[in-house]
Design a binder for this molecule. Structure first.
Ligand code: HEM
Length: 394
């Protein structure tokens, strides 16, 4: 065969090969899309979705306002497609109660989301990890440890100590303009850190600044949305964002691990100092009682629990306080009434205590209203179903 004919044959084969691959891929995408559309008949109603991208184009702005708008058209339970993943959105108190209270176990799972999987070191925490026997045991021990620690006045004392530090700092700056954000961070971190592992920071403490930076960076990265969360196979491609998340997780968990090790070295079961001590005791008790073998609740689980307390307790409280300050600033008449109630019940010589709560209905109502109005965790955490189930008779 001549050289030119051989070249033509090779080109023809290459073209045919490329066409076959293209037709195969397009067919696969269309068949998957059609299959998903057929599946939609068994799911709550929702907008049209495109192959591969689904409805991700809806989420360029604020996700929770988009969902509120979609609920006006499709009802309180509607379906979306995040890339290739089916998502069901619940948009009313009744449907949320039905799912998480009445049918709690049906809806107790968590979806596999890459950034959550990295943060939780492969599903070893409570907040991001899927429903399983280890997760149930882990959560039970954690709730027991929190209850054990919060009994009595432990938590109130930590709040008072951290507040006294902040008040002293504010007093020094009387008359000056202050950026409250960093003080609120420090106040909340100090309550959480002293309850979790008995540490209170000063403003220039390196560890405090590292934790705060990781917290803010994570918020920014996850807040912008991560493509690999929607298309997990992208995890195999090089990605500066994923590298940053892995690096931040390593640094954060390094800090948690160091505190855990220091606690183990000085652990005294007759003097439980903080939540870390309570968790170590719960782990030891469970081992002694044969409830768990040593491999199912490892130190990674324990440091992840401590990290959950930070993830769950810091931003939520910081945002609640920031919303409260904003609302009180724009509603001075309410601010005055709260201040008057504080003055009459607590006075100016001591800090408020939990026992004052009943005598302060106006202040309590104001806090609840701040939580209702402010968008603190509008999308909550994602859940997954553990079985095929129904909701709102759909
Ligand atoms: C205003 C304050 C808070 C708000 C609005 C809030 C909100 C939430 C929400 C929406 C969830 C997800 C629940 C779900 O999966 O359906 C959650 C879970 C969680 N929160 Fe909070 N939270 C607050 C304070 C705290 C504090 C102070 C802590 C730590 C001491 C904390 C620790 C956790 C943990 C560990 C989880 C996962 C719990 C589990 O699945 O059992 N949260 N929180």
């Amino acid at each position: 065969m001549c050289g030119v004919c051989l070249q033509q044959l090779t080109d023809t084969f290459r073209t045919m090969w490329l066409m076959t691959i293209t037709v195969g891929l397009v067919t696969l995408v269309l068949v998957t899309w059609l299959r998903d559309y057929v599946k939609r008949w068994r799911m709550p109603p929702g907008p049209f979705f495109w192959p591969i991208i689904g409805n991700i184009y809806f989420f360029s702005g604020r996700m929770y306002t988009t969902c509120t708008d979609l609920a006006k058209k499709y009802g309180d339970v509607f379906s979306l497609k995040m890339g290739m993943t089916d998502v069901v959105v619940l948009n009313s108190l009744d449907t949320v109660k039905e799912a998480f209270v009445k049918k709690g176990v049906d809806f107790a799972g968590r979806p596999m989301i890459l950034s959550m999987d990295i943060f939780s070191e492969g599903g070893k925490d409570i907040a991001f990890t899927d429903y399983s026997p280890t997760w149930k045991l882990h959560r039970k021990l954690f709730h027991g440890a929190i209850r054990g620690y919060a009994l009595g006045e432990n938590l109130q004392t930590k709040v008072h100590e951290s507040l006294e530090d902040t008040i002293a700092e504010f007093t020094k700056m009387e008359g000056q303009a202050v950026d409250l954000e960093v003080y609120i961070y420090k106040l909340v971190y100090n309550v959480i850190c002293s309850a979790a592992f008995g540490v209170r920071y000063t403003m220039d403490d390196e560890e405090f600044n590292t934790l705060m930076k990781i917290n803010k960076d994570t918020e920014e990265i996850v807040g912008q949305g991560l493509l690999a969360d929607v298309y997990p196979s992208l995890r195999f491609l090089p990605s500066p964002t994923l590298t940053t998340i892995r690096k931040m997780t390593k640094q954060y968990m390094g800090i948690m691990q160091r505190h855990l090790e220091e606690h183990r070295e000085t652990f005294d079961p007759s003097n439980l100092r903080d939540i870390t001590d309570h968790m170590i005791k719960a782990q030891k008790d469970a081992e002694e009682e044969g409830i768990q073998d040593i491999n199912s609740l490892t130190d990674t689980h324990l440091r992840q629990t401590i990290s959950d307390i930070f993830g769950g307790g810091t931003d939520t409280t910081i945002f609640t306080l920031r919303w409260a300050i904003l609302y009180l600033a724009v509603h001075p008449e309410i601010q005055e009434k709260v201040a008057a109630e504080l003055d009459s019940v607590v006075g100016r010589d001591r800090l408020p205590e939990l026992s004052d709560r009943e005598a302060m209905p106006y202040t309590e109502a104001t806090i609840l209203e701040v939580m209702r109005m402010g968008s603190i965790a509008p999308l909550s955490l994602p859940h997954a179903t553990t079985v095929d189930t129904t909701l709102s008779k759909l």
